[in-house]
Ligand binder design. Structure first.
Ligand code: SAH
Length: 254
């Protein structure tokens, strides 16, 4: 089968975050699939079709892209950040696993991108400088109880947390509940970084302490990093603070 499907990470925003491999994969595609605002970031090329779909239609989009590639086309599915982090690469794999056997014969490549947590971390210092984990707070595809369990386990074990999908219109209360949960395990002085629209013109980064963190500080375009007991804030005269997590950890958390 001659079809090809590339799942391409666009990075957090600005084109300077695109890798050379992503630029090549986008230029080589005959058809582009993706969430509208992500597709809008890709320069328009003649003879390249584009099919925009809604954010929530990941499986349908993945199936449509696979079916198109199976006809022998070079197809690219675009994803914000990295396609393997809470994004399209897993949706495509789910479709390949449950779809027609012929999809398993397709040439599939996954082109990595800079994921939001790395872009936010780089803007503020090195909050992910020691052990960390990434969680999506979206309970669209998993029960809220499981998210609470994972918040308890990860914060209790001393991991820094990168929280994706803190808020959406359909999920108004979850982020406040997550903060409440984390306060059971972490000191009030724990640094919390809110990185909004990083890599875009309306980028905004705020650092607060866990006791001052509240849900109004996050929206759909925000990535939240909650520190561990080893995360510190270095205040600097005339410059924004550096937030970092020390590479040395001594304390075993309760
Ligand atoms: N695949 C993407 C994540 C998709 S989940 C990636 O690797 O970055 C969507 C969530 O990612 C958003 O709710 C937000 O938490 C985070 N996010 C995506 N782009 C962002 C950006 N530019 N700045 C801050 N957070 C971002």
């Amino acid at each position: 089968m001659s079809g090809h499907l590339a799942i391409v990470g666009l990075g957090p925003g600005d084109t300077r975050y695109l890798t050379a491999e992503a630029v090549e994969a986008l230029a080589a595609a005959q058809a582009l699939y993706g969430y509208g605002p992500y597709l809008d970031r890709v320069p328009v090329r003649a003879h390249q079709s584009r099919r925009a779909s809604d954010n929530r239609e990941e499986r349908t989009r993945a199936a449509a892209a696979l079916a198109h590639a199976a006809q022998g086309a070079r197809v690219a599915v675009v994803s914000g950040g990295d396609p393997g982090v809470f994004a399209m690469a897993a949706a495509v794999c789910e479709e390949i696993e449950s779809g027609p056997a012929s999809w398993r014969a397709l040439d599939v490549s996954i082109v990595p991108g800079i994921t939001a947590m790395l872009a936010v971390a780089a803007q503020i210092g090195a909050p992910l400088g020691h052990d960390f984990c990434a969680l999506s707070l979206s309970d669209n595809l998993k029960p809220w109880q499981l998210i609470e369990q994972r918040l308890d386990a990860a914060s209790g074990a001393g991991f820094v947390l990168a929280l994706y999908n803190p808020v959406s219109r359909a999920r108004p209360w979850q982020f406040a509940a997550a903060i409440e949960r984390l306060r059971r395990h972490l000191p009030p002085s724990t640094p919390v970084v809110f990185g909004r629209a990083v890599g875009r013109p309306d980028e905004r980064i705020n650092v607060v302490t866990l006791d001052a963190a509240d849900a109004t500080q996050a929206d759909m375009a925000t990535l939240v990093i909650v520190g561990s007991r080893e995360t510190r804030v270095i205040e600097r005269p005339g410059r924004s603070p550096l937030v970092y997590t020390s590479r040395a950890a001594t304390e075993v958390s309760a």
